[in-house]
Design a protein around this ligand. Structure first.
Ligand code: COA
Length: 161
């Protein structure tokens, strides 16, 4: 069987398994077998979805010590599937999503193709991330906008009462 076909079958199987296995360790094991790059000490909550095609490779890169809350959706490939009229008009978009080390992604966040969330940033629950987030940012909303810097939240910067 051709190598490409084996890759597709393996990805389909492990993507499915990643959704139903009960533990973080098992989920990450399955996602790595889909070809996604995931660093060390990463937590990925339940109902994590990566939207791409079975042929697309390298759609997700996660650094070390990243925490991803439940129901996060990463979109690496996006287009109006099988609608030739809309595809002709708006096309499809694709690009790897990168979540650098030490980021925290809140519940229900949606990240669009090609976006990088740079190191040590927080994305608030429910945000839709349409563009890169600079390092050390706190970003919220739809579309996600930076509202602060994590360094300002450091206890070292808290003034005494
Ligand atoms: C982003 C977050 C970390 C910000 O926390 P914070 O620094 O304590 O921020 P505050 O609560 O002081 O809110 C600051 C402002 O941002 C707004 N805000 C906070 N979180 C928001 C969110 N998720 N979406 C939209 N606006 C948000 C607040 O309403 C507030 O606005 P205001 O200044 O107009 O009143 C937090 O709200 C959040 O979303 N955490 C993720 C929670 C989660 O998903 N946990 C999953 C389990 S691990």
């Amino acid at each position: 069987m051709a190598h490409a076909t084996l890759y597709r079958i393996r990805k389909k199987l492990f993507k499915y398994l990643a959704r139903i296995v009960p533990t973080n360790g098992q989920r990450i094991w399955c996602l790595r077998r889909c070809g996604y790059e995931i660093g060390s000490a990463v937590y990925i909550g339940d109902s994590f979805i990566v939207t791409d095609t079975l042929e697309y490779r390298g759609g997700l890169v996660i650094g070390d010590e990243v925490a991803i809350a439940p129901r996060v959706t990463v979109i690496a490939v996006s287009g109006p599937t099988d609608n030739s009229r809309l595809i002709a008009l708006v096309g499809a978009k694709s690009g790897p999503v990168r979540i650098e080390s030490d980021c925290w992604i809140g519940a229900g966040v949606i990240i669009l193709p090609g976006v990088t969330i740079h190191e040590c940033s927080i994305v608030g629950a429910g945000a839709v991330v349409t563009a890169d987030i600079p390092p050390f940012s706190i970003a919220v909303g739809v579309p996600a906008r930076v509202i602060g810097n994590v360094n300002d939240r450091s206890p070292a910067n808290h003034s005494p009462i």
